[in-house]
Design a protein around this ligand. Sequence first.
Ligand code: AP5
Length: 205
Amino acid sequence: MRLILLGAPGAGKGTQAARIASRYGIAHISTGDMLRAEIRSETPLGLMAKSIIDRGELVSDDVIIGMVKNRIVMPDCARGFLFDGFPRTIEQAEALEDICNIDYAIDIEVPFDRLIERISSRRMCPKCGSAYHVSAHPEGLCPCGGKLYQRDDDNEETVKNRLEVYGEKTAPLIEFYRTRGRLLTVNGDASVDTVEAEIARKLEG
Ligand code: AP5
């Protein structure tokens, strides 16, 4: 199974990707998480990517495609994989077509005002990678013991730019996959369990 999760920033791609990958025993590949790991390790790629991510712009297609090519040959991808946050441009989608076939691209649809609320209220766990609404753990501690933090690119100005960049560069991928007969659309403005169930129903239907 080879899947793509499409959706604007805050649509719930990371949340659903973790569930869907574990449900089907496939690898969860988040290019955002890979870039944040490079930033934490202060690698040359991480140092370059940080200022781009903090502005809400996209890292160059060449860098991302190289990262993905190296990732999908790893042993945990043998049973399949699910991309979260990739592809993000038509150029990335075309490059992906040269690398492998995709079964479905799942677009998670969420109204604009909900996206802003979700992102500005999101807190992340550095230990297990979970994302929560700030009200879920007001004391700032993840159940795994990690101290919750807010992502540097979750501030108001960067979020606005991320949403603009999404509209301009990533939203056209919906049509790209629709014309190839690969698009599934789910309503992301529902509970996490409901969204997961709708994705599974459409994949298995
Ligand atoms: P990335 O990490 O991919 O961020 P993003 O696409 O902006 O998406 P988010 O992580 O903000 O949101 P999400 O859809 O995963 O939502 P989540 O599940 O967390 O990319 C970051 C940056 O890296 C980019 O801006 C770019 O610079 C760079 N980058 C990455 N990939 C790239 C690429 N391919 N090319 C170029 N550059 C790249 O949910 C959000 C919140 O809502 C959470 O608090 C969650 O708990 C909550 N929530 C989730 N689902 C629900 C629900 N159903 N109901 C209520 N709340 C919910």
